[in-house]
Design a binder for this molecule. Sequence first.
Ligand code: 5GP
Ligand code: ZN
Length: 112
Amino acid sequence: MSDCLFCKIISGEIPSSCVYEDDQVFAFNDIDPQAPVHFLVIPKEHISGADAITSENSAVVAHIFEVIANLAKKHKLDGFRVVSNCGQSAGQTVMHLHFHVLSGRDMTWPPG
Ligand code: 5GP
Ligand code: ZN
């Protein structure tokens, strides 16, 4: 999608600190980290959010969680949180499906 920030990050039009890439997904460090480790994992296909996951596009979500598990092992994360904000009221600011991976500090529950 031409006017999507994360599509521009995938294409390299906007630079990012990439931590992983394959044919289906892209992962990069968040520009405004909320924990010592904070990266985002996104599908290369533009999906607007968790509410736009369908039987046609959901396979990439399973792959994203496999990538997250592999990155957690690679970086020896001692516990981590995966968050996907969906919709403005839940705090979604970029309308391209993304999974925050946060680690390196104690997390509180419930989230704000
Ligand atoms: P959301 O608020 O939609 O759940 O998450 C969007 C995330 O994208 C935020 O954590 C924000 O810091 C991050 N972000 C916004 N713009 C950029 C950018 O240009 N580069 C990177 N690396 N992260 C960004
Ligand atoms: Zn996009």
